[in-house]
Design a protein around this ligand. Structure first.
Ligand code: G6D
Length: 352
């Protein structure tokens, strides 16, 4: 196991470093100190061919100019906050309305677009990175000085674990996730329409036209949102269900796990034989099928097109601070915000 680092660019007079975590089982994970951004994940397919399974760019300029949060941590609060404001103890806080009139993914200067202090971790059976960022009181309109530590660890079971911790000196709100776009075909050979998703979820959040939850939780049985027995993502891309159409012909929805505690999400692709097992302690996963990726640019040499990647953003419910019936995302002084999500990759070797 080893960690390789290289200069990737410069941002506000600071060096942007790409760190590559390499294990002994054929997997590597590359990420930046900018936004804790995962730029590449290399894993074998059924024939042992090592290929990249996430959307990312090969130069830093594209991350600044083009990235729709490819691989980045998202915060202070992932998702949208309606009208870019919320109330805490009778005080109204105004956030940056970076998606007018709403706030999206932590604002203009969200956690995805700052340089994190980074330390390498070399443990007995894992290599990793420890990222730290101090978000000052009032940053993007959020109250409280928030100190956040995120640890990426890669082990020899082809598993990348991400743990998040945050502490505040004043009541605030926190909801962190990672916004990687997965594509198990390998080097973006195919889009994710033939990917199969399976998770234990019986309800999803209805979105309004602004893609903010209305507060209504919809029974997913017998709809394209029912993944209990696993089905192709393309069922939502070709569907006339009003919520799939509203999302831009696909999914952009929080899927609520049925049980509390630890849950799993399984994403697989028959042709490559790759499977991704996501394990999380979060109450929902926002399933986003890259419905707006199309544009005059390329992603690691592949022309950008819709559905080229799928996000599995494990997190608290979006806009929870404005929805009294959603689990709280409020963090008080002396409390610790804590979240863990693990991504384990499998490949069906020949004859297995
Ligand atoms: C679009 O609505 C989607 C979001 O869910 C996603 O996170 C973003 O693109 C990158 O705004």
């Amino acid at each position: 196991m080893k960690i390789i680092d290289k200069l990737f660019g410069h941002y506000n007079d600071e060096s942007v470093i790409e760190y590559t975590l390499v294990n002994d089982s054929g997997m590597s994970v590359s990420c930046l100190n900018y936004g804790c951004t995962i730029t590449k994940i290399l894993v074998p397919d059924r024939n042992g061919k090592i290929e990249n399974v996430v959307l990312g760019f090969e130069n830093f300029g594209d991350y600044l100019d083009l990235s729709p949060y490819f691989g980045s941590v998202v915060g202070r609060v992932a998702g949208r906050i309606k009208h870019a404001e919320f109330e805490l103890d009778g005080e109204v806080y105004r956030l940056t309305a970076n998606e007018v009139p709403n706030h999206l993914h932590g604002g203009k200067k969200g956690f995805n677009s700052v340089i994190w202090k980074t330390e390498c971790i070399e443990a007995e059976n894992a290599v990793g990175l420890k990222f730290f960022y101090h978000s000052p009181n009032g940053e993007e309109g959020y109250p409280g000085n928030l100190d956040t530590t995120i640890i990426y660890l890669l082990n020899n079971q082809n598993e990348l674990s991400i743990t998040y911790e945050a502490r505040t000196d004043q009541k605030t709100i926190v909801n962190l996730t990672n916004h990687s776009y997965f594509n198990l075909s390998g080097d973006l050979k195919r889009d994710c329409s033939e990917h199969i998703l399976q998770l234990e979820s019986e309800r999803f959040l209805e979105l309004g036209l602004d893609k903010i939850p209305t507060g209504k939780m919809i029974d997913s049985s017998n709809t394209p949102f029912d993944f209990k027995h696993g089905h192709l993502l393309k069922s939502g891309m070709k569907s006339s269900h009003p919520q799939n159409v509203l999302a831009g012909n696909g999914y952009d929805h929080p899927l609520l796990f049925t049980k509390k505690g630890e849950n799993t999400v399984v994403l697989s692709e028959k042709e490559s034989g790759r499977t991704l097992l996501v394990t999380t302690d979060q109450p929902c996963v926002v399933l986003y099928t890259g419905n707006h990726l199309e544009g005059p640019y390329s992603i690691s040499g592949v022309r950008a097109r819709n559905h080229l990647g799928v996000c599995l953003e494990t997190q608290g419910l979006p806009d929870a601070i404005n929805q009294p019936n959603f689990p709280s995302i409020v963090l008080n002084p002396k409390e610790v915000y804590s979240a863990t999500t693990k991504y384990r990759f499998f490949s069906n070797t020949i004859g297995v």
